[in-house]
Design a protein around this ligand. Structure first.
Ligand code: G
Ligand code: G
Ligand code: NA
Ligand code: MN
Length: 251
């Protein structure tokens, strides 16, 4: 209850911030975009991880307003980059199932994105496991986001239980291989074949593949050999505040 009150204050007092983690083309190591990850700068406790407060935002319904802020801020940052003359860099924001299920979710996204007529750089990441809960409804929502010009990534792929049937019908643009697989890649031949199969499956469905949690060159090299399209992880860049991201990657 204390935390709930603090989170309400946080929203009002602009204590939330989007950190950015870079994504790169696997083969060329060219910067392709960034994932936006929310942080809470608590006046006493310092930086608080979303793992601690997203569940509370969801339980209390505060996620609706905070999610809308995340999308607005993400779009704002991508526009800033365009204004700096940097072309083609996309920003992906995470969306939780509670947001997707909101009556007004698509309307809110439409209000934000429709004025750009499809010419913007805001994308969405949605966790695989929650998509399947209400698949028919979710297919409609994802299609609406795509119609607005956004690309859709299926996040933490491999941890859910997507049937191939539904996967082939999902309006999506990419799969993000969960970092638990990437972590095992260098020691486990079984994981190598699993990732090989995920990449082949994705490509046969016309989806790009992004690997998350890439922490060393060995993993990066294997992923390149397995034809993974993009890589993201501590090896290539941690989530950073906007200024630090720009200094490190856009200078
Ligand atoms: O950034 P971190 O490093 O600790 O993220 C932890 C979890 O919080 C991840 O599962 C991530 O997808 C989620 N997350 C990060 N930012 C957001 C956000 O803006 N909205 C939602 N719904 N989830 C987020
Ligand atoms: O669920 P999602 O994929 O959105 O979660 C992103 C989370 O992964 C964030 O908490 C982010 O800080 C974390 N992350 C990003 N890169 C790495 C990495 O290379 N290793 C580990 N262990 N975590 C990472
Ligand atoms: Na995510
Ligand atoms: Mn993500």
């Amino acid at each position: 209850v204390e935390l709930e009150r603090e989170l309400r204050d946080a929203a009002e007092n602009e204590q939330f911030e989007l950190f950015l983690q870079p994504k790169f083309e696997s083969a060329s190591r060219r910067l392709s975009g960034a994932e936006a990850l929310i942080r809470w700068r608590h006046p006493q406790r310092g930086l608080v991880s979303p793992a601690e407060f997203i569940p509370v935002l969801e339980e209390t319904g505060l996620i609706v307003d905070v999610g809308a802020w995340v999308r607005r801020r993400g779009l704002e940052i991508s526009r800033r980059w365009r204004d700096m003359g940097i072309a083609g860099l996309r920003i992906a924001v995470n969306v939780s199932v509670q947001e997707l299920r909101q009556q007004n979710f698509v309307a809110g996204c439409t209000e934000l994105l429709a004025p750009a007529g499809g010419d913007h750089d805001l994308d969405f990441e949605i966790t695989e496991s929650m998509l399947m809960d209400d698949i028919h409804q979710n297919i409609g929502v994802l299609q609406a986001l795509r119609d607005l010009g956004s690309r859709i990534a299926i996040d933490d792929f491999g941890t859910g239980y997507s049937s191939l049937n539904y996967l082939s019908r999902l309006p999506a643009d990419s799969l993000k291989i969960d970092r638990s697989f990437v972590a095992l890649l260098a020691q486990s031949p079984d994981t190598v074949s699993l990732v090989t199969n995920i990449v082949n499956l994705a490509h046969s469905l016309g989806l790009r593949v992004v690997a998350e949690g890439v922490e060393d060159e060995e993993q990066a090299k294997l992923l390149r050999l397995l034809r993974c399209d993009e890589v993201q992880g501590f090896l290539l860049g941690r989530p950073l505040p906007l200024e630090d991201f720009e200094r490190s990657f856009l200078a």
